[in-house]
Unconditional design. Structure first.
Length: 109
């Protein structure tokens, strides 16, 4: 699925949810945010190859490991995930699953 296909699917979902719940419902606002992020992510060109640079580790620890702030990572197949880099060199998602991240970027504001 390319960027435009993802946006199209989200737009249809947003219209359906807005029809059922109303334009101001929180779920509709979340979908709007997702549409904005999909549009911004691929257009920014700010991806950083993990072979070139890695996120900086924080001073704190999580489960005994130093880790980075959350970043947006992407695997070789183009699947994006919010994850953190741990001091052992692994990117892990919020569930603690190791992700095969090949490029990353700070999460857009």
């Amino acid at each position: 699925m390319n960027k435009q296909e993802a946006i199209d699917v989200l737009e249809v979902y947003k219209r359906n949810m807005a029809h059922i719940l109303g334009d101001s419902d929180e779920k509709v606002k979340v979908i709007e945010t997702c549409i904005m992020l999909v549009s911004e992510i691929e257009d920014t060109g700010n991806w950083i190859l993990t072979s070139e640079s890695l996120p900086k580790l924080s001073q704190g620890t999580k489960e005994g490991y130093h880790y980075s702030e959350d970043v947006l990572g992407m695997d070789e197949g183009g699947k994006a995930v919010v994850c953190s880099l741990y001091e052992d060199g692994n990117f892990c998602d919020d569930y603690g699953d190791v992700r095969d991240v090949v490029k990353w970027m700070p999460i857009p504001d």
